[in-house]
Design a protein around this ligand. Structure first.
Ligand SMILES: [Zn+2]
Length: 270
């Protein structure tokens, strides 16, 4: 089964394999994460380790089904970006943070490299809140200059999981940094990297109830680097998160392939 994933990894391909693989039908998947404190119980790389495993799950599923074999054959997974905009976590030791302008440029340059190589179907899987704005800015810039390119993004899986299954989480819809959802997710893919013994007590930040956003720094909300309810995390919840997200990504890909990634008015043009 290892081969199933490896066939899609750009980092493991040589030039001949790339030549045989990359066409105008290629769908590129880019995982973007961070390297930052996630509380005492979670690894610094959580924001790309989990999304990368999620994508590997998607690829494996697509490879198993005859109906999705051609979709599987058109996937290419780029190396994950292991850094993100984490300035809101930089009071915590060894958090690596990329400036927003650097992050926008980095994402833009990778998207443009894909475009230069004729790839016009791009799916970004994001693992970190600080990257949402840079991803949007970079994607809009590239789209504006290359109208035939489609750039899509799963911006915040940690919100989507709780929205899709309202009964899944016990506290705060699973939200929080290293909280119920994130800790469960990591428990399901890399239990060896989660030390539940050190999981901090629940912290639900005291923030305004209305939908007005404060651009807080994390040390204003928690002393541990974590928020939410990490002690409520379980492997089973993590498996359910993967199932939910996998279904969302797979149905998105199947739907988009049906129209060759056309949408909106371009669907009705003949
Ligand atoms: Zn993060």
């Amino acid at each position: 089964m290892a081969n199933t994933i490896n066939n899609c990894l750009l980092e493991e391909m040589n030039a001949i394999q790339v030549k045989e693989t990359i066409t105008d039908k290629t769908i590129a998947i880019l995982v973007i994460g961070a390297c930052e404190n996630h509380g005492d119980h979670m690894p610094f790389g959580s924001d790309f380790i989990f999304p990368r495993k999620l994508v590997e799950n998607v690829i494996t599923d697509l490879s198993k089904n005859d109906n999705t074999r051609s979709l599987y054959n058109s996937l290419i997974l780029l190396p994950a970006i292991p850094y993100g905009v984490s300035s809101h976590h930089n009071n915590f030791q060894m958090t690596m943070s990329v400036k927003p302008s650097t992050m926008v440029s980095l994402i833009e340059d990778i998207l443009l490299s894909l475009v230069m190589n004729g790839v016009r179907k791009i799916l970004v899987i994001n693992g970190h809140d600080g990257n949402i704005a840079p991803i949007e800015i970079a994607s809009r810039k590239v789209k504006n200059e290359n109208e035939d390119v489609v750039i899509a993004c799963l911006e915040s899986w940690w919100v989507l999981a709780g929205q899709k299954d309202k009964d899944l989480f016990k506290v705060w819809q699973g939200l929080g940094h290293g909280g119920e959802a994130e800790t469960s997710a990591m428990l399901s893919v890399r239990p060896d990297l989660v030390n539940t013994h050190y999981a901090p007590e629940q912290v639900i930040p005291n923030l305004p109830k209305d939908d007005i956003r404060i651009y807080w720094k994390f040390n204003e909300l928690t002393n541990t680097g974590a928020t939410g309810a990490p002690k409520k995390a379980t492997v089973e919840k993590g498996q359910r998160i993967i199932e939910i997200l996998k279904n969302s990504i797979i149905s998105f890909l199947i739907d988009m392939e049906k129209t060759d990634w056309k949408y909106g008015l371009s669907l009705t043009k003949t």
